[in-house]
Ligand binder design. Structure first.
Ligand SMILES: [Zn+2]
Length: 162
């Protein structure tokens, strides 16, 4: 059987539409490396939210994304987001700030070797990024990237608490 998360239900990883179409079969859409990494992080850093629509929350697109997120088939086809391929999640931890999680990931990157990409602030609005995007894309080393500054050195992410 394929890998299934110990700490997350499939509803927390997919959109309501995908769940109603395919139910538990959605597990097969994910890269198992991502599923193992989020279980490890949950065990180390405590409770965290990905999608919370199944208990009345607003997050629906923090796991895999389908065309509903993009609004049109063209936009969906044009995107190269790792969220489309079941290789990315946006994590919101209850007890640890996003900045602390990024610091932890950089300092323990050998333990989480499948995580290859972490997004960090600053955002276009100048605000901090209060969620943690991780993905398991095909890359050699962990890359930190900001929407406003592009690729950022690990030492800078730590120094500036991005
Ligand atoms: Zn993301």
């Amino acid at each position: 059987m394929n890998y299934r998360c110990k700490h997350f239900s499939i509803k927390e990883l997919v959109t309501p539409e995908m769940y109603s179409d395919w139910g538990d079969k959605c597990w097969s859409l994910f890269d198992d490396r991502l599923l193992r990494m989020i279980d490890m992080l949950r065990e180390k850093l405590g409770p965290c939210v990905i999608n919370d629509w199944s208990w009345g929350g607003n997050f629906q697109h923090s796991g895999i994304r389908d065309q509903h997120f993009y609004g049109s088939a063209e936009k969906y086809l044009a995107s190269r987001s790792q969220h489309k391929y079941g290789r990315a999640v946006d994590l919101k931890f209850n007890n640890v700030s996003a900045q602390e999680v990024r610091k932890y990931l950089i300092e323990h990157k050998d333990q989480y070797a499948d995580i290859k990409f972490v997004e960090c602030g600053p955002l276009q609005s100048g605000k901090k990024m209060n969620w943690v995007h991780i993905d398991v894309r095909n890359e050699q080393n962990l890359c930190c990237w900001s929407p406003t500054e592009g690729i950022i050195e690990h030492s800078e992410v730590l120094r500036r608490k991005l």
